[in-house]
Structures are given as C-alpha cells and as structure tokens.
Design a protein. Structure first.
Length: 425
C-alpha cells in the first residue's frame, strides 16, 4: 500500500520537476518565440501555471468520486492521466515544426495532466493514512511524501547526466525529450502495483455503515469551511517555497547570473536526497509533539533562511550551493512536508476526506507552487536580475502560512470529526 501511494507521488513530482526544469532550460526557444531569454522562461512558467490551474478542478472532480466510489480505482485513472501526459510532451513537435500549435498543444496536455494531478495526492495520502496505526499517521504519510524528493531526484539526475555526457547543445536540441519518454516505465510499474492494492479499510467501513454523503463538497463547505480556508493558506508556503528553491533558483543562477547549470542541478540533487531521509524523521516527530508545532517550526526556519539562501546560491561556489539546498530541502521544506499530510487529512471525516484534502492541497498548491515560479521570475526581471524582491515574497508567504497553521487544532489527532472548526465556517 505504501509503495503504491509513494509511486503515485513519485510520478506526480517526476512530471512536475521535469517540466519545471525543462521550462527553465529549454522550453522558451523550443515552444515559444522571445527576444530575451527571460521572456521565454516566463512563457514556459506561464504554461507550467496552466497545469496548476487545472489541479483544483481535478481535485474536486476526483475527490467527489473518491469519496463516493472509493480511493483505489480513482488512483489508477489519475496516474494514467499524469504519466501519459508526460510521455506525450516528449513526442510534441516544437514551434519551428508546427508553429503556434506547439504551445497550444502543450497547454492542452498540461490541462489534462493538471486534472490528473489534482486527484492524485488526496487518494495516495488517504490510502496510507487509513491503513496506518493511529499513533503513527505522521510517519506513514510522510513516507508517501518521499515520492516528492524521489520525483525530483530521478529527473534532475537524468537531466544532469544527459547534459554532462552528450555533445554541447544536444540537450537543448533533442535530448530533453528522453526523460519525458522514459517516464512510461515508471507509469507501467505504478499502475501494475495500484491494480493489486485493496480498498481503504476506513472507506469500506464508512460505506458499509451508510455514512457516505451524496455531495461531499457541499458537506465540506457547510461544516468545514473554516478549516478549508486555513489549511489552504497554511499550504501556500510549503508549496511555493519548494518551487522558489528549485525552479526560481535554477532560472536565477543560469539565466540571470550566467552560471553553469551543472553545479546547481547537482546541489539540488544532494538537497532532495537528504530530504528523503529527513521526511520520515519529521513525520515521526509530528506523531510525538504535534503536527502544528513541526509545521510552524518549518515555516519559521524558512523565514530565517530566506536571505542566507540567496546569498549562498549567488556565491558561485558549489559548496555554498550545496549547503543552501540541504538547508532548504532537507530542513525547511522537509519539516513542513513531513507533518503536512497527517495534519491536513485529519481536518475532515472519512466520508468527505478525499474532497476536503484535495481542495486543501490543490488550491493551496496553485496559489503557492503554481504562482511562485512566475512571480519569482517576474520579480527578478523587474529589478534587473536581483533576488531581493523574491526574499520579500518568501517572508510574506511563510508568515501567512505560520499564522494559518496555528489555527488548525483539529488536525492534531486522528478522529476529530465531532470537533467544530477552529474558525467559524
């Protein structure tokens, strides 16, 4: 069960990372026309954001059916939508071949992927949560989140190896397609495993006791809207700052500062590799001292890290780049992400949990992770390549998420279904 859920998260972030990396390095000249390199990067990130816009819609659609029909079959559908979309991008002709149809088709593929990604997270986390011992929900759900750094590690390593071993210019011309096409192998394994997993025991019990509701979203809005709003705001920093450390940092270092892409990609590889090990540690810690304490602590750490992070990555030193990425991913993002799933999922009772968690995750991710590459690059361009305005963005979203998470008392324990929302609905 944990393997199936983690593989789904891996496929989701394989797509996310590969698309984000290629947007920063390649997609401008391949799919768009632009006089300045940063304009092409912005166009690629705008398409990246289109996929995020579809995620809340997908979350609500698949959340509804996941709460009505069960978690398992929905997760097979969402994995296929995400994975086949990634494969299709690898086959897509560029602007030089089909003109304006290239960016149009890219947007359509991203929309389909976004719908699938919107339904993926909630079901994967709930399968882990609803199978786990109550006292170890933080640990079990944090293991599912290992799929995120793994999904970053695999394509980043792929891109780094291709860029280092092929003749100069090959990656930009044609080799960028190889990681997209190779994703079909990961999808095949993931679908096979998911087809063999049985349905969530908590969902089965709720169905047998006739506790399911006809319109889960209406129930969430009627009884849990306060929790929904707070959790969306709490999500923004985790998702948004992850993309600052990854997408915005790559664009800043390579496009604006003219540094080689190899060192920063390698530093990111090391940082996310460290997070693979820190995620379950923070998840287990959240079982001991509480989800909110760990989550808020991670947000505060990232406030303190904001200026040092950009100073480190601007230094031109590989050692400084590596320290920055280990601190950002291993500690900053890892602490928030390790506690997040159990915190957010426990805000909602079983009959509406898929819908509620998906709405929290996908709306929060769209406002945070979807916007941060576009906003970050625009802020950098607005001040002539400087990162100072991006620091203000980091500080604001981290502060907002900290205050919002402080109100999520209902997510601390497993069965808080009878507790009223901390904020009036």
């Amino acid at each position: 069960m944990l393997v199936a859920s983690t593989l789904g998260t891996t496929v989701e972030y394989y797509d996310f990372t590969l698309y984000a990396t290629t947007s920063a390095l390649v997609f401008g000249p391949v799919f768009f026309t632009a006089a300045e390199p940063i304009v092409g990067v912005l166009a690629g990130f705008a398409t990246f954001f289109v996929g995020y816009l579809a995620r809340p819609v997908g979350g609500l659609i698949f959340g509804h059916f996941g709460d009505r029909l069960g978690r398992k079959n929905i997760l097979v559908i969402t994995m296929l939508m995400m994975g086949l979309g990634t494969f299709a991008i690898g086959l897509l002709p560029g602007y030089a071949q089909i003109g304006v149809w290239a960016p149009i088709l890219l947007v359509l593929i991203r929309l389909i992927q976004g719908l699938g990604m919107g339904g993926e997270y909630g079901g994967g986390v709930l399968m882990a949560l609803e199978y786990s011992p109550k006292a170890r929900e933080g640990l079990f759900t944090s293991i599912v989140h290992i799929g995120t750094p793994a999904g970053v590690l695999i394509p980043t390593a792929f891109v780094t190896i291709l860029d280092a071993t092929l003749p100069a210019g090959s990656y930009q011309e044609w080799a960028w397609r190889i990681p997209f096409l190779a994703s079909i192998l990961l999808i095949a394994v993931g679908v096979y495993i998911r087809l063999r997993v049985t349905e969530s025991p908590e969902f089965v019990a709720a169905r047998e006791q006739k506790e399911l509701t006809k319109v889960p979203l209406a129930e969430v809005l009627r009884n849990y809207s306060g929790r929904l709003v707070l959790s969306i705001l709490a999500k923004i920093a985790e998702s948004g700052l992850f993309n600052v450390y990854y997408v915005v940092a790559i664009a800043l270092v390579t496009v604006e500062q003219g540094q080689d892409r190899g060192p920063i990609l390698t530093a990111i590889l090391i940082g996310v590799a460290v997070e693979i090990f820190t995620l379950p540690l923070f998840g287990a810690l959240s079982d001991k001292i509480g989800r909110r304490k760990v989550y808020i602590g991670g947000a505060i750490f990232q406030v303190l890290l904001a200026v040092p992070f950009f100073l480190l990555i601007s230094s031109g030193s590989f050692a400084m780049l590596t320290i920055a990425m280990v601190l950002a991913f291993g500690l900053g993002h890892g602490s928030m992400y390790g506690a997040q799933a159990a915190l957010f999922a426990n805000l909602y009772p079983v009959p509406v949990r898929y819908t509620g968690l998906s709405a929290t995750q996908q709306i929060g991710a769209t406002l945070g992770g979807g916007l941060s590459p576009l906003l970050g690059s625009a802020l950098i361009a607005a001040v002539g390549g400087s990162w100072h305005l991006v620091v203000i963005y980091v500080l604001v979203v981290a502060a907002v998420s900290s205050f919002a998470a402080a109100g999520l008392k209902a997510g601390e324990s497993h069965h808080e279904d009878s507790v009223q929302p901390t904020v009036a609905a």
